[in-house]
Design a protein around this ligand. Sequence first.
Ligand SMILES: Cc1cc2nc3c(=O)[nH]c(=O)nc-3n(C[C@H](O)[C@H](O)[C@H](O)COP(=O)(O)OP(=O)(O)OC[C@H]3O[C@@H](n4cnc5c(N)ncnc54)[C@H](O)[C@@H]3O)c2cc1C
Length: 417
Amino acid sequence: MTDPKPLANQPMTAVLHADVAIVGGGLVGATLAVALARHGIKVAVADRLDPAVMTGEQFDGRASAVALSSQRLLAAIGVWEHVAAAAPIREIRVSDGPSLFFLHYDHAVLGNEPLGFMAENRVLRRALAAALQAAGDGVTRVSAAPVVGFQQDADFGELTLADGRRIRAPVVVAADGRDSFVRGLAGIPVTGWTYSQVGIVATIGHARAHDGIAHEHFLPAGPFAILPLADDAGVHRSSLVWTERADAAESYLRMDDAAFLAEIERRVGGFLGALHLIGPRFSHPLGLQFAARYVEKRLVLAGDAAHGIHPIAGQGLNLGWRDVAALTEILVDMKQLGLDLAHPSGLERYERWRRADNLMMAGVTDLLNRLFSNDVGPIRLARDLGLGAINRLPAVKKILMRHAMGTVGDLPRLMRG
Ligand SMILES: Cc1cc2nc3c(=O)[nH]c(=O)nc-3n(C[C@H](O)[C@H](O)[C@H](O)COP(=O)(O)OP(=O)(O)OC[C@H]3O[C@@H](n4cnc5c(N)ncnc54)[C@H](O)[C@@H]3O)c2cc1C
């Protein structure tokens, strides 16, 4: 194998060789690139977009709940040190609309560590860009380069970029999101459905501090989450994920700022004091999907390319990061054993390991969304009684908290802390 060279300087007919070629330099693909490079595996990562676009104010207004186990992964591979601002999540309060029933998780019940952190996606992308830069020759980043072709032979997978350049590697990872082009080229079908819901995302500033408490109000159209962000220049801030019926969302998105803020104030209530909007609003159609296979001759799916879930529990990206940690562990083991990185024993292990976990979370989030996104009297009574009962069962609450922190189950080494 030849050493990777900066593809930008190569003629159009050039072939870049790497140990692993990653399609998609989003939050999952970029993390995988850093993790593999830190373990001496040479990586090429291609994204159709320019990094400057992906970190801009207009690109992605979301903030992500980073579970404690995901934060451990990011710390272990040298990404977390570049995260400019993140807010610890110390408590989670769940309420069923205006009713008094609520579920309360407090990190102090389990120890000193927070349940996780909230970090803006653009902050995470900037941290990943810095970590990719620090990886030096270990990573070749190919930007503004859509992948338009994928082929496999006995020894390599080969990607073709829109301008004709090619990347060859024993393993190709498709981390190119829900509409994964490479998954389609490989003929891997997906199963799933849309939720007839849209996730409206906005950032608010507020007069009172949030004290690290995340709130989730279950409203008839879907969950309304108020998620604590780090203060910015002395301004207290929170990120909102407002799930709304798709047919109603458009009218909210078209409102002027004053009317939109009034709708937010109605849903948030008064506990944060006076509110104001920060930056643009965003919307995301919501759906559930999972790929029929995660592995195909010299191809592996990771992140949303493999599974897309409802954001009700803030777990989609955390699942993608668990894919990253598991795949890194397996590929590093293959390398240490001197085996082909795409050896079936490793890739099949990845499929078994990640598929069960991802399917379980997809099922749980689907069930929660169906149970809570309605105002049907008997269902509402049953779920309120359920929430109230769980709230009085400390042992059950501890288990649920550990799931939210991502610290249970068969965790990859990089997530164990
Ligand atoms: C409203 C909302 C809130 C959410 N909140 C949370 C949360 O709090 N916590 C959490 O864990 N998850 C959350 N999620 C889920 C999370 O955002 C996703 O799971 C995550 O962003 C998926 O990352 P990814 O890198 O797999 O895919 P993507 O972010 O879709 O990245 C794919 C990348 O591939 C590139 N690409 C695509 N096609 C090509 C091609 N042909 N050639 C080259 N490059 C290509 C794209 O440019 C992109 O950069 C939320 C989701 C929504 C909708």
